[in-house]
Ligand binder design. Structure first.
Ligand SMILES: Cc1cc2nc3c(=O)[nH]c(=O)nc-3n(C[C@H](O)[C@H](O)[C@H](O)COP(=O)(O)O)c2cc1C
Length: 280
């Protein structure tokens, strides 16, 4: 229907009409590509799953998911990421406890931990006859966390394209030393984020977001409507919690404040330092 307004132009003739027709067709093609696109469809329907079946994930599927992250970009092609694929139920149960009691980690058959791995790059520097110091600077940890996040995102998309459910798990940073000990991580590594992968037992509804205008800024940052955007989103989120039967759900501002009013994972800094990161 949205193309109807172009028809009068298309039935005209002559060179101008031909140019117009071509542009209109390109526009239609662009709109179709954007509207009927399975990758965008997956991205736009994202929701985290916390209700998993215990059925195992096919090994070929798991291989393809891990390879999606392996193929991902990394800063300077440093590839300072390692993934630990945890399927062993006892280890997953321990990780569920480490993350503060998150039962879905024990239920989902696969947990993949993304590790910032400067142990690997230090070996490379050693082979090149140099000593690595980049990990001592906050930039090192930032790059490791960023590339780990990309790896998690690649795996999420790959897993969802195979019909599986996912939820990232940052809760493991509640006790990073316990994760290091459990999964035998060497020095110069840090556990950044995990990902539960499994078959969906109960699908989740999509959570509304802050207004797009508070996310997308064109050319320069614009905070002029931020307060009103937050106020309106607080109401939207409360309505969402009510709709899905979660009367304990908080408005966004209160929920965020509950976490961000404290340094909520205080062990991150000392453990990162113990691992060799963040040297003064
Ligand atoms: C880096 C990261 C860490 C997260 N950690 C956890 C976690 O430990 N436990 C959990 O249940 N969800 C976790 N989540 C999922 C968020 O809670 C979820 O993305 C957010 O509530 C929005 O919901 P949605 O993804 O379903 O839209 C994490 C998400 C990200 C991106």
């Amino acid at each position: 229907m949205r193309f109807m307004r172009f028809w009068p132009l298309m039935i005209d003739s002559g060179p101008m009409a031909a140019v117009c027709c071509r542009r209109i067709l390109q526009k239609m093609e662009g709109l179709l590509v954007a509207d009927v696109n399975p990758t965008l469809e997956l991205l736009h329907t994202h929701r985290c799953i916390r209700s998993f079946a215990t059925d195992s994930v096919d090994e070929v599927m798991l291989d393809r998911i891990v390879e999606a992250a392996w193929r991902g970009p990394t800063s300077i092609n440093g590839q300072e990421i390692s993934l630990i694929v945890v399927r062993e139920p006892r280890a997953r149960a321990q990780l569920a406890e480490i993350a503060g009691g998150q039962p879905w980690i024990a239920v989902a058959p696969v947990f993949v931990l993304a590790v910032a791995d400067f142990y690997k790059t230090a070996k490379g520097c050693q082979i090149a006859g140099k000593t690595q110091v980049a990990h001592e600077d906050p930039e090192g940890l930032l790059v490791g966390a960023l590339d780990a996040g990309i790896a998690i995102a690649e795996m999420m998309l790959a897993a969802r394209s195979l019909g599986l459910g996912v939820v990232p798990i940052g809760g493991i940073r509640r006790d990073p030393q316990a994760v290091i000990d459990l999964l035998k991580l060497p020095p110069l590594t840090f556990p950044v984020c995990g990902l539960c992968i499994g078959h969906i037992a109960k699908d989740a509804t999509q959570k509304p977001r802050l207004p797009l205008a508070s996310f997308r800024h064109d050319e320069t940052y614009d905070a002029s409507h931020l307060a009103s955007d937050i106020e309106s989103y607080d109401k939207t989120l409360l309505e969402y919690w009510r709709r899905i039967g979660r009367p304990d759900g908080l408005p966004w501002s209160a929920n965020t404040a509950a976490k961000y009013q404290s340094r909520y994972y205080p062990d991150v800094k000392p453990v990162a330092q113990k691992q060799g990161f963040l040297k003064d």
